[in-house]
Design a protein around this ligand. Sequence first.
Ligand SMILES: Nc1ncnc2c1ncn2[C@@H]1O[C@H](COP(=O)(O)OP(=O)(O)OP(=O)(O)O)[C@@H](O)[C@H]1O
Ligand SMILES: [Mg+2]
Length: 267
Amino acid sequence: MTTVIAIANLKGGVAKTTTCLSLGGCLAEMGKIVLLLDLDPQAHLTLSVGLKPENIRYTASEVLLGNLSLVGASRETGTFGLDIVPANQSLSVVNKVLYRQAGYEFLLKQQIRALNDRLYDVILIDCPPACGPLTLNALTAADLLVIPLLCDYYAARSLRQTIGMAKLVRERTNPSLEYRILVTMYDRRIRLSHLVLEQLQQQLGHRVLRTIIEVDARLKESGVAGNPINRYAPRSRGAHQYRLLATELLSGHMMAVSTSRESPMSL
Ligand SMILES: Nc1ncnc2c1ncn2[C@@H]1O[C@H](COP(=O)(O)OP(=O)(O)OP(=O)(O)O)[C@@H](O)[C@H]1O
Ligand SMILES: [Mg+2]
């Protein structure tokens, strides 16, 4: 069975793309076959596996428009077990076109359903920092939404908005969508980070993943080098923490996403 994980936050620059690449790399290292799906017109995930978006003919755009299957648009990366459906700027046009199409939220879900579910263990979707058709397609198709979050002054606000979007999707197009919060770029030296993390854990309890991703310059470098962190710097703190995240998702939430349902939290 294929597990679909969307990585989204309406706020930009919170490590969505870094999490997609690093988690994908670590899952592949553990023997999983992973498909990365770049749904962001910025195409950062595509760039981070060493591809040039402007030179790519077949992208996620063709998949959403129904002209090509996911397999048709996918290609291997330099990491065994890690494939990608890339993106380029054409996705921003598709984003506008889809608005006018009834039922556009289900286009990706239909494409994933048409996929032989023995081909991929996990599909990881990198979303743009916006609540448009692209993100709504990702959330409608997903079993689990992972929300990367910075423990800063704006954390609560962006989290509230993103959880609000997830709840709308649950009501309208995907009742079984679960979400988890992933603290990223955590800096132990900053007092505010501790306070925000404490509050998060108090208010949202088990929805906050146990694994915390700390600041690590090697993570910044890995995308530029076109490799996931576990290959770029296998002994780095970033690699260790993303391996822990892969293990946490495999051992718990990812496999049991549709079984737990609790009362809505205050955020
Ligand atoms: N743990 C980390 N330590 C240090 N730098 C990080 C870490 N995680 C991500 N970064 C860096 O932070 C920046 C933003 O990360 P990233 O591009 O993954 O965010 P994003 O949420 O995908 O952004 P956008 O909303 O623009 O798509 C990048 O330069 C990335 O290399
Ligand atoms: Mg990004």
